[in-house]
Ligand binder design. Structure first.
Ligand SMILES: Cc1cc2nc3c(=O)[nH]c(=O)nc-3n(C[C@H](O)[C@H](O)[C@H](O)COP(=O)(O)OP(=O)(O)OC[C@H]3O[C@@H](n4cnc5c(N)ncnc54)[C@H](O)[C@@H]3O)c2cc1C
Length: 440
């Protein structure tokens, strides 16, 4: 039986394993998936988790529940020696070990790209994981509660100031969703007004959201401005030390919540392999999703897709000729990749991946959104409904889809959920405070 090893159980890894387990014949291959996390995360929903519109656990898919015919290993792949067809796994418990494989799939995704800006590492929170999205949500809600106890002062201003760095899709969605959450919470806090809150987005380029037309991006800027949210274009963050924000325009303010969304880069684990890496740090793939050498020769038994790979975009629409790193490509590449592995196992020829971009849709807080496909754009409420419709259907697995849709219906009738349980980070605090100590 051939052994297939999948590195990463995110969008690409999950769908590769899911398709393989559906399409492989009995006894044809054994599939193992390794990921340090027990779930895949539907990252497009992280901004809505941060804004309290969706319950956090509903946007993650437990791997073992849905990959019943796959060996799921909770751990990290830390090295790959394809010359020997071995991979080293560091499990979440126990000693590292080496496994042999016949086919490997690199699907380790991307990580937040950071720059050495003073204070960012200590103060900022990213927006790539469910844990980060929940921490952002809880911080904003808790800060409202703290600020409501204070008279107008510097500390109160700081608690009510949110800064998002990066004006790409993820950054703008996060910023707009947090603004939406803050505005809706004001009804619960008669002590606070919208003028007491400050929202700043910092973007180094002269525009936001490169995925939509300039005209649509202007509409987003205008919409945010009308909702008391400031976007600083052509501006760099110089320092965030101690929460004291210094911008390249000379503007300074204090901010208790700083969210970093200034881009992603291929997961550095790809460098712990003996595969060639291209100039942007990604693994080179052919259109058949097989890893290639620098001169384009296919490496037998090696596959890569998703954010950690440079896959040619045969529609001619990609950036630098390559597919852009997004979920739209990741899911379709995964299904093609799985079908291609099966083709190779059966002595057939793998087929090229080709997918024409469907456009981009963004949610900008309850009631606002944008959709862009070529020159066609939809803005406002209709685009927001399209955003929920598209992502509601794109969420993997019916049991997960229904949970998310249930959250939205609940929100419609009951309002968004602003309950926080941030004290979960100190679970023993209550117990230790009240548990009786043995007499000495
Ligand atoms: C906030 C946000 C919003 C987004 N919105 C959209 C959107 O609206 N539309 C869209 O198309 N795309 C969107 N994206 C992008 C999309 O989510 C990604 O392109 C997609 O998740 C990429 O899939 P992937 O499988 O390559 O990586 P991931 O889904 O990130 O999966 C990588 C997996 O690899 C695992 N891993 C990491 N290191 C190791 C290791 N050493 N060993 C084993 N496993 C490892 C990780 O734990 C993870 O599970 C968004 C992203 C973010 C962050």
């Amino acid at each position: 039986m051939s052994k297939i090893l999948i590195v990463g159980g995110g969008y690409t890894g999950f769908y590769t394993a899911f398709t393989l387990q559906k399409q492989l014949r009995r006894g044809e291959a054994e599939v193992t998936l390794v990921d340090p996390l027990p779930y895949m995360t539907y990252q497009p929903f992280l901004p809505e988790v941060a804004s309290g519109s969706i319950e956090p656990r509903h946007v993650i898919v437990p791997l073992r529940r849905h990959l019943k015919k796959t060996n799921v290993v909770q751990g990290k792949v830390v090295a790959v020696n394809h010359a020997k067809k071995t991979a080293t796994i560091e499990p979440s418990a126990g000693k590292s070990y080496t496994v042999k494989y016949d086919h490997i799939v690199l699907a380790a995704g991307s990580v937040s790209r950071t720059f050495p800006i003073p204070g960012v590492a200590d103060e900022a929170i990213g927006m790539k994981s469910i844990e980060e999205a929940v921490a952002v949500r809880d911080r904003l809600i808790d800060n409202f509660a703290k600020a409501a106890n204070l008279p107008k002062c510097k500390e109160r201003d700081r608690l009510l100031t949110v800064t998002v760095v990066g004006g790409g899709f993820a950054g703008i969605e996060t910023f707009a969703e947090l603004r939406s959450l803050a505005s809706s919470m004001l009804t619960q806090y008669p002590e606070l007004s919208i003028e007491d809150t400050s929202f700043h987005l910092v973007e180094a380029m002269g525009r936001i959201m490169p995925e939509v037309s300039l005209k649509t991006s202007y509409w987003v800027l205008k919409n945010l401005a009308s909702r008391e949210a400031t976007v600083h274009l052509d501006t760099q963050l110089l320092s965030a030390t101690g929460g004291k924000i210094e911008l390249s325009t000379g503007i300074k303010f204090e901010s208790d919540l700083i969210v970093w969304t200034a881009g992603v880069m291929a997961n550095p684990v790809v460098r712990a392999t003996d595969f060639p890496i291209e100039e942007r740090g990604r693994i080179r793939s052919s259109a058949t999703l097989q890893i290639t050498t620098d001169d384009g020769k296919v490496v037998s038994g090696a596959w890569a897709a998703g954010d950690n790979s440079a896959v040619p975009d045969l529609t001619g629409g990609g950036v630098g000729g390559m597919c852009v790193p997004n979920a739209q490509h990741a899911v379709r590449q995964a299904k093609r990749l799985a079908a291609n592995i099966i083709a190779v196992l059966r002595g057939e020829t793998p087929v090229n991946y080709i997918h024409k971009n469907l456009g981009a849709v963004a949610g900008l807080g309850v009631g606002y959104g944008v959709f862009q496909s070529g020159g066609f754009a939809v803005k406002g409420f209709v685009a927001w409904v399209m955003h929920r419709g598209y992502h509601g259907l794109a969420m993997p697995m019916w049991e997960r889809k229904l949970r998310v849709i249930g959250d939205w219906i609940g929100q419609l009738f009951l309002g968004r959920d602003t309950a926080t349980i941030s004290l979960r980070e100190e679970p023993q605090a209550y117990f230790q405070a009240f548990a009786s100590r043995p007499a000495k």
